[in-house]
Design a protein around this ligand. Structure first.
Ligand code: FDA
Length: 385
């Protein structure tokens, strides 16, 4: 098998590197993916029973203000006109999010204008006078106790499985409160869902005669022609898997939160009337419910079936899919040591990238932007004679 470049992982970072290298440099790229599908965590597929596009690893909405990324993505897919809105079900009532004038007036049963609402929140927030000692105090200092207890406390406790009084204040730096009725979730210039789904989009990126996609192969397995020990030092490698696993956890494991998803097909055309409803109350075990057909208003779907997904959050064990980096002081110290190890591998033409390789939460547009930059700064020079 000819491999001028090995790309580990077929998420948006790996797919972008592979596509650019095959097209721009004319090299043969082998993409090694341990799952049975390409696309990484953004992957979606059409559910065979209902025809509804399901986001297997949680809701993904593409949004960007980066012109280069938008133009690049549009080479491989069209986007529909979906605009994201999120609601919260608290104490049996549904409120718009992020917290805005509509949320405030509904919650306090009033009809305040922006300035009066600002004053009310400042009055509630004044309860905290000194430096906030934990996440709860920090949140109250930003939005006051009533809104914190309704929309933040239970949700945060479920996300972290820890009482917010025991969480570090630094986890939140701001809590957006909009003093208008605007409840568009994202404010980027471009937003939408790929019309054929994320799986089809990323497959199209990889559909090139010089790209070979090898599914179901783990680069870090003990055997196989494309394992780490057979490749490093022989062919250049772009690795988008977990950085600590690459080095066999020699500086310790980095901590992640994971998600459990419960997917259900319900016998109704529409279960909740929107794509995402948050459940901030402590007595509901899940954090969010997603209903996927709402992401494709341009597609018709059956009146008697809908796919919903309940999302549960917890700390990841070694066997779980990592979703969100936790970033404790120990994690930061370990990451610095892993970065030294990755720097030492540069001379052997090994680059690390993507959310797992850099231990960073990255939205899809930032992932593509980082991959385009990695291609120009690192991969292209590897092949310059
Ligand atoms: P990604 O994880 O997608 O891909 C890495 C790939 O490498 C995986 O396919 C994995 O199987 C493979 N791999 C790992 N180790 C391997 C090994 N040893 N051998 C072979 N293969 C290996 N962003 C956004 O813009 N809008 C949104 O709405 C959302 N929503 C969202 C929801 C949730 C719950 C999460 C956790 C994240 C989002 N995101 C998001 C972020 C989005 O998921 C993220 O930007 C991309 O997945 C990043 O792509 P990567 O290629 O970096 O990683």
């Amino acid at each position: 098998m000819r491999a001028d470049l090995v790309v580990v992982g077929s998420g948006l970072f790996g797919a972008t590197i592979a596509q650019r290298a095959a097209e721009e440099l004319g090299v043969h790229v082998v993409v090694v993916e341990r799952r049975d599908h390409a696309g990484g965590n953004a992957y979606s597929y059409r559910d065979p029973d209902t025809g509804i596009e399901v986001h297997r690893y949680g809701s993904h909405i593409f949004h960007t203000s980066n012109e280069q990324v938008w133009a690049y993505a549009n080479r491989f897919t069209a986007f529909n006109g979906y605009r994201h809105h999120v609601y919260a079900n608290h104490a049996g009532e549904v409120y718009p999010l992020p917290i805005n004038l509509g949320t405030i007036n509904q919650f306090f049963r009033t009809a305040l204008g922006p300035e009066a609402a600002r004053g009310l929140i400042a009055e509630h927030a004044a309860e905290i006078t000194g430096e906030p000692a934990n996440l709860e105090q920090k949140a109250i200092s930003l939005i006051g106790r009533p809104l914190y207890e309704a929309f933040i406390r239970g949700y945060t406790a479920k996300q972290w499985q820890t009482d917010p009084t025991e969480l570090d204040a630094a986890i939140i730096t701001r809590l957006p409160v909009r003093l208008s009725y605007n409840n568009r979730y994202f404010s980027d210039r471009y937003e939408g869902i790929p019309t054929s789904g994320y799986g089809a989009w990323i497959e199209r990126m990889l559909d090139h005669p010089r790209i070979e996609l090898r599914l179901g192969e783990d680069f870090l397995a003990d055997d196989g022609p494309l394992r780490r020990d057979a490749c490093v030092g022989r062919a250049p490698v772009v690795y988008t898997g977990a950085v600590d696993r690459f080095f066999d956890y020699r500086c310790g494991a980095l901590t992640w939160r994971t998600l459990d998803f419960e997917t259900l097909v319900l016998p109704t055309g529409d279960h909740q009337g929107t794509a995402v409803i948050n459940y901030p109350d402590a007595d509901v075990p899940y954090t969010r419910v997603h209903e996927f057909h709402h992401y494709h208003p341009e597609r018709s779907h059956s009146d008697d079936a809908t796919v919903i997904m309940r999302e549960y959050s917890r700390m990841a064990t070694a066997d779980d899919e990592p979703y969100y980096p936790v970033g404790t002081p120990t994690d930061r110290e370990r990451l610095a040591r892993y970065r030294q190890l990755t720097a030492e591998l540069e001379a052997q033409r090994v680059a690390f990238g993507g959310r797992l390789g850099s231990y960073r939460y990255l939205d899809m547009d930032r992932t593509i932007a980082a991959a385009l930059e990695c291609f120009e700064q690192v991969v292209r020079p590897w092949f310059r004679q």
